[in-house]
Design a binder for this molecule. Structure first.
Ligand SMILES: [Mn+2]
Length: 457
């Protein structure tokens, strides 16, 4: 649902409050389409998520400006010339014409202007604080550093607002999930041995679009048999000029990680099924293990839980199962600490979901702990809060690059029962993923309508 003007005003007011600026000018740009090198074509455009969040407008060039001296926001939108309107339909007119931004900034030329959104230069690491400046030091470098720190702080403030979703945002994620449901239902009814991964992808995505999704939230992963062991296996990932695809065989695992987008908001769903045959003992054991790890950790998605603990709980459950199946030996918690479980579960349990499928990743501090109170809550030790939407996606994979690596085989000679593991090389992977809304009460699975069959076709 498109946020009302009132909701947009509330979002902007909360951001401005976090910024605590006095007389600076902030400019947030949605960005421009990226060119395809060597041609006059462009890649599909999506606005910078901070601008989408604060404006609900997606046209290239859309710019939101803030004058901290008076506490006022000004929206600028592109207008096309008659010549351009011969070729392209007009963007929805919003705010003042973008051409007037320059004059608006000219009236504030004495003030510090901070570029955010697509115009921001985000520092990769925390710039040194000004206090460490030394006499005769490189003044210009420190000036850059402090500008970088400002960009980081202001971006982090928007990120903190985006971490918890308001009702309009949750509604869009629900609608994205509904379109995804149509696509997965099509797979359950139609996928069968003899079809290619590509045919299944096309049939599924057609249902996303038919259900109202303007686009997919990310490149769909439709991976059969051994391909399920590449975490991000996508069509044309090998060579976009002559993409290969694989025909699904009876008894294959089929791992589908796909999601529709709605209103700019993503859904992100993974299901793994055996196609056209009853599951083998190992397929059934590992599928139920992954599902159990998912169910138990979804139940942990409650306010006050530290995300890292939820991840480690999933890893221990998976580790215990791998011991039970005879692939690992030892204490599950120790196997997690040593890194033996990560040979089979080499990714995080989940990520925030929102305007981007991996939401709030543009702030570097979302990846590391920080002493800065504004940045610390973005870290991996983030506490879950009501309104957060996170994926929960445990998995077990038999990845040749890890399991065939001589150094790892030696390092884990004791922990891994290699003769048993080697029998399962080529197994592929199993991942089960849902989108979970943290609430004051029980966690709500926004993708609960998407069935989890162990066998289809
Ligand atoms: Mn995901």
């Amino acid at each position: 649902m498109k946020p009302t003007d009132e909701v947009l005003a509330e979002r902007r007011a909360r951001v401005a409050e976090r910024w605590e600026l006095t007389d600076e000018v902030v400019v947030l740009r949605a960005g421009e389409p990226a060119g395809w090198s060597g041609t006059d074509q462009h890649h599909a455009f999506l606005p910078h998520p901070d601008v989408a969040y604060l404006t609900a407008v997606g046209s290239p060039g859309t710019t939101l400006a803030f004058d901290a001296a008076v506490g006022e926001w000004e929206l600028f939108g592109p207008r096309f010339t008659p010549e351009r309107l011969v070729w392209e339909q007009p963007p929805t007119p919003v705010g003042q014409p973008l051409d007037e931004l320059e004059a608006w900034l000219g009236q504030r030329s004495e003030r510090t202007v901070i570029e955010l959104g697509a115009g921001a230069t985000m520092p990769e690491t925390l710039p040194p604080p000004a206090a460490t400046d030394t006499p005769g030091g490189d003044a210009a470098k420190h000036a850059d550093a402090s500008a970088g720190a400002m960009v980081l702080r202001l971006s982090a403030a928007i990120a903190l607002e985006r971490i918890t979703k308001d009702d309009a945002e949750i509604d869009d994620i629900r609608q994205a999930a509904e379109a995804s449901t149509a696509g997965f239902d099509w797979v359950y009814a139609n996928a069968a041995p003899g079809m290619t991964e590509r045919e299944i992808q096309i049939g599924m995505e057609a249902q996303f679009y038919a259900a109202g999704a303007p686009r997919v939230a990310y490149d769909s992963i439709v991976a059969s048999g051994p391909h399920g062991a590449y975490l991000h296996y996508v069509y044309a990932g090998d060579d976009p000029l002559r993409p290969a695809t694989r025909t699904v065989e009876a008894g294959d695992l089929l791992l589908i990680d796909a999601g529709a987008q709605h209103g700019g908001y993503a859904s992100d769903v993974t299901r793994t099924m055996v196609v056209g045959a009853d599951p083998t003992d190992e397929q059934e054991f590992l599928w139920k293990l992954v599902l159990s790890a998912q169910q138990q950790t979804i139940d942990m998605c409650r306010p006050g839980k530290v995300w890292r603990e939820v991840h480690l709980a999933a890893a221990r459950i998976l580790g215990a199962g791998l011991v039970e199946l005879g692939l690992l030996r030892g204490d599950p918690a120790e196997l997690v600490t040593q890194g033996a479980v990560a040979l089979f579960f080499p990714h995080g349990l989940g990520h925030l979901l929102g305007l981007s499928v991996h939401d709030i990743t543009s702030v570097p501090y979302s990846r590391e702990p920080s002493d800065d109170p504004l940045l610390s809550r973005l870290g991996p030790n983030r506490l879950l809060e009501p309104g957060m939407v996170t994926t929960v996606e445990p998995g077990i994979y038999f990845i040749d690059a890890l399991l065939g690596d001589a150094a790892r085989r030696e390092q884990f000679a004791e922990a891994v029962v290699w003769e048993r593991v080697d029998e399962l090389r080529g197994f592929g992977g199993i991942r089960i993923e849902d989108d979970v809304l943290v609430t004051d009460g029980d966690p709500e699975v926004l993708t609960a309508a998407i069935d989890k069959p162990i066998r289809i076709g």
